[in-house]
Ligand binder design. Structure first.
Ligand SMILES: Nc1ncnc2c1ncn2[C@@H]1O[C@H](COP(=O)(O)OP(=O)(O)OP(=O)(O)O)[C@@H](O)[C@H]1O
Length: 247
């Protein structure tokens, strides 16, 4: 069953078309990863699906009463604000101490419950944000580049935790990631975005798709090609056009 879907979305921001003709659907229990070059609209797509951005055209459909847990790319906490981790978990909605402790336990950071949220390392903060996201037993976990800034073992551990949580909670996972090798290993489905959906499908299918190879190259060089993308594949015209100022 589809938990969330969008149909022929067009999103304009600041007078430019950021997304055009984007349709996708996330089913119960699957791990779907969105990949794409910097500025290709990945975060905008997540925000549109979550209702924080209103599309100019198209529609988003959500299953009735869908419980979503969201892990943002990063969260800045004012260092002058005294906010222990346990209290942070109760924002904006108060939560029972036992439930908060169980969530911190599950993401491996129970020992940090009394620490100041602003003092946490990047990796610790991501686990605290993940604990907060699983508090309401989500049916859909949405993560925006959750391992940005983590070292390789740290990010591999984090993705393993996501897979374990998916199995335990039975939730679907929708995430944005730049780590192509992990994405290819850990996703049921990959969506390659560049202002529009370039290609999508099982990792093995997407890895061999010409549109994906044009964006990311082949083999291990693919991860580096991500940052060297020069808009040279067959959809270029569409994409460049999509970024022209809207009328
Ligand atoms: N509020 C806004 N107003 C105008 N333009 C915006 C706004 N938010 C994002 N954009 C533009 O939309 C485009 C897509 O941004 P978005 O953050 O969705 O890309 P992304 O694929 O998530 O990028 P990255 O990989 O760098 O995180 C960018 O060109 C960005 O500058």
């Amino acid at each position: 069953m589809s938990l969330i879907s969008c149909h022929d979305l067009t999103v304009r921001l600041g007078g430019s078309v950021i997304l055009s003709h984007v349709s996708l659907s996330i089913n119960e229990g699957e791990i779907v990863t969105i990949v794409g070059p910097n500025g290709s609209g990945k975060s905008t797509l997540l925000k549109t699906l979550l209702g924080a951005v209103t599309p100019a055209k198209g529609r988003v459909e959500t299953a009735d009463g869908l419980r979503v847990g969201y892990v943002p790319q990063k969260l800045h906490i004012d260092p002058t604000l005294p906010l222990p981790v346990l209290r942070f978990l109760g924002l904006p909605k108060p939560v029972a101490r036992d439930a908060a402790m169980a969530a911190l336990e599950r993401t491996g950071v129970a020992a940090l419950a009394g620490r100041q949220a602003a003092d946490l390392s990047g990796g610790q903060m991501q686990r605290v944000l993940l604990a907060r996201a699983i508090l309401n037993a989500p049916q859909l976990l949405v993560l925006d580049e959750p391992t940005q800034g983590l070292d390789q073992p740290g990010s591999a551990d984090f993705y393993r935790l996501i897979e374990d949580l998916r199995a335990e909670l039975g939730c679907a996972v929708l995430m944005v990631s730049h780590e192509l090798h992990v994405v290819m290993a850990a996703s049921d489905r990959v969506i390659c975005l560049n202002g529009h959906v370039c290609c999508e499908g099982a990792p093995a299918h997407v890895a061999t798709a010409p549109e994906y190879r044009a964006l990311f190259g082949t083999g291990t060089g693919g991860a580096l090609a991500l940052y060297r993308h020069e808009h040279n594949h067959s959809h270029d015209h569409d994409h460049d056009h999509a970024h022209e100022a809207a009328e």
